[in-house]
Every structure is written in structure tokens, then in C-alpha cells.
Design a protein around this ligand. Sequence first.
Ligand SMILES: [Zn+2]
Ligand SMILES: [Zn+2]
Length: 497
Amino acid sequence: MSKTHPPKSKSAKKAVTAKPAAKKVAASKPASKAPSKPVKKAPPAKPAAKAPAKKPAAKKAAPVKKAAPSKAAPAKKAVVKKAAPAKKAAPAKKTVPVKKAPVAKKAAPVKPAAKAPAKKAAPPAPATKLAVKVAAPAKKAEAKKPAPAPVKAAAAPVQEAPPPPAPVKAAPAPAPKPPAKPAASGKAGAKVVTPAVAADPIAPPKPPVMSDEKPVASKSGALFYDSHMHTPLCKHAWGEPEEYAAQALKSGLKGIIFTCHCPMPDGFWPTVRMAESEFDTYVSMVQRTAEAYKGKLDVCLGLESEFFPGYEKYIENLHKRADFDYILGAVHWQSKDYLAKFETGTIENFRRTYLEHLAQSAETGLYDCVAHPDLVKNYHPDSWCFAIIKNTVSTVLDRIAKTGVAMELNTSGLNKSYSEMNPGNEMLRMMADRKIPVVLGSDSHKAVRVGEHFITALNNLSDAGYEEVSYFKKRQRIDLKISDVLASIRKAIDANS
Ligand SMILES: [Zn+2]
Ligand SMILES: [Zn+2]
């Protein structure tokens, strides 16, 4: 999602006005700047809607070999299980194709902390007032299940509860900014989302499952998958799924997994995701493509599923609505809702909060993989300095490693403000040290990008210390040797050209 998301908050822009390079960045992404229309004022963010203390019940250490096929992977995929809910207002407008911004690469680390006080302006107002008010799927509050005890009793050492949501201090802490800003669009103006389902606890996390499947190369020799791409339903991606499939063949892949942005309730950033009423359309689109490419390319159903504290129950239910092959958990700091709630302290604190959320998302057990893990380096990209945040990253990676959840190496990072894959090589090495499995995704919002930079990504992985790379099918992880994957891509590209 990242590339086209409102690239930076106004605060971001403001904070960097002094730096020419940064200014250029901001200026080059006008499209996404919605005409900041004053948004209806809402009561100040209530920390009240805190996520129900997610108790990562018995955290699992390493992925368990074939633990209870938790998902009872039904043979037929892409079958919609739950009829879509209600119909609803017309889908949002706003499909402004955003021109990706070429940008300032890693500007020398600028002491970020110092500028903190300057920011604090208004978050972008991508806001279409279209707030699709979708009622959450009927099924919500079903009695919480007793907790299918994680198979294979968790290894001993895992007991300590995750550290408290550290840096997310409620607003009052840092020096308060001047009240009332002339522009009524400040944080206060941003719509504050109040999760409707916050009170429902989610089922305890289950240990990740490994697949028994022995991957076999396709006729062309292809073996690997691109596990992250979109459809026009998210309103900021272009091209039919079939075009993505065609490109995948050219890129030497055996399969692709569509992971479009999930619907969200309560008008949560509706302009960059499918509406709830389009969920079934999404599933059938993928199914249609799978049919069309049968025997040529394995087209699978996935979802880029938002993590936002308080919405875990909604997300949990959403994942039950179809037989997904892969659920990619994503935290998107660019959303107005996210900024409104968490952009409360210094720039560094905001980044730490973001990383904290990555760990939390993995600990919910709702996701197979954590998307574009350092996406937040595009928040004030000019002052991003890995050394400053390294300790936080380290702690967060320790937590993610314990869950067994995979992490993504997202090649679209090269097209973002901070031009580097997500994550960058240093973080990748830290992931390798912890043996966190990695899944590759192009995060294509245009067909031509499918499989883009995969060779480079695989080499980066090798350099970081990895020997294997992964993808998911039926929510189960499959690992392949990087050397085999590299050879397969080259071979298949030749065969298909
Ligand atoms: Zn994303
Ligand atoms: Zn997107």
C-alpha cells in the first residue's frame, strides 16, 4: 500500500521544510494530498479504546513442524464462506493515480530528536467524507472459544509477557503543543476511530504451521512465488489480476498471491481498500484468474490485513470469510487514523510505536507474516537513522522471532521516499541472526512490477545470512533454498521468453 499512500503527514512536511531535498519530496507527491477539508471535529483520542490485553498465550518458540493443521485447509480454495454482508454506499471515489516520487535517498542522518517539537501539525486529510459505514459482519461476538491449547506445549522459556506497549504514552507526556491551531485541521480534527469490536478478545495465537508439501517446479522450471500484490479494488492499484498473472510468468515465477488491502469497519481509511461489500468480488476475481491460468501459474488468495489496536476481533472474523493461502499483517502508519492516535511524541517515538505494533501484530497470531517491517522509515525519511533505533528493532525482532511468524522482504521499498527495500539490509541481518523466515513480495500496484527486483532481493537475503526463503500456501509455510529459487527464476525467464 505504501507507495501511494499519503506519503507524509503535513507534520512531516512541515518539519522538514528547512531541507530542500525533503521539500522536493513532498512537493512531488501532490496527488495524494487530499484537499484538506476540515474534518468534523471529534472528541480527542480516547486511549480508552485500548486493545484488549492480548495475552499471547503461551508463545511459541520455533515454528512447529506440522502442528495441528489448525486451518483444516479445505481442498478447494477461494471459496467464500460467509456471504457478504450488507450492501452499502457507493465505493469511494478518489482514485488519483499517484506518481511515485523519485526521491532523496538517505539523506545524512539528521538529528531527528531535536526537531520533534516542530512537528505536530495536521495529519494529511485523505479523508473523503465517504466514510463507508459498514456494519461489521454479522457474526462478530460469538462466544470466544476456549483456546485450543497450542499444540506441542510451548517450549519452556517462553513465559514473560511482552513488554508493555512502551512508547505509546498517552498524549499528555511530552511538552504539550500549543493548543488551538489556527488551522482547525490538527490532530484534534482528525476523525478518531473507535473500534467497535475492541471488547471482544481474540482466540489465543496458534503456532505457525509448516507445510508438508514438496514444491515441484513448473514445466518452465519456475518454483517461486511473489506473495504481495493488489487489485483495483483497493482504489490505488491498476490493472486486472490477469495482467499481474501474465507478468508473473515473464518474471519466472510459479505462482502469485494476491494480497489486496482488507476492508475495515468504522470508516477506517476507506479510500485505499476494498469496501466490505466488495470482499466477495475480490475472492471471485482471484478465483477467476486462478481458473484462467490453471496449469500455467498458481494463483492464490491472500490478504494484506491491517493491524490496528482494537480491531483484532474484526480481523479475526474477516480471516474466516474465505480460505486464504496467506495472511499478510500490515501496519500502515500513513493512515489518518493511525497518525491521529499515535503521532503524539517525538519522531523517534512515533517510529518506536510503529515497531512496537509490528511485534504486537505478530503476537496476535492472526497473521502469517509481517509486511514491510520498516515502512516507517518513510516517515520523515530524511532523518531516518537506523543506528538510533537499532535497540528497539532488536527487541521487537526478538519478540517476533518467538512467535514464529515470518517477515516480508518487500521490494517496492525501492520506489518509496526512503529508497531501499523494506527492510533494509541491516535489519535483514538482524532477522537472519534470529532465524526469522522471510517471504518475498513486490507489493505490486501495477502489473508490470510483479516479481520486480527479486534477484536483488534474494541476493540481499543471502548476504544477510539466509539460506532459505519462504512463501505460504493454505496458511502453511514452505521453505525453499535461495540457490534453487535463483536458478529457477533464471531458467523460467528463459523458458518463457
Ligand atoms: Zn502495505
Ligand atoms: Zn497499497
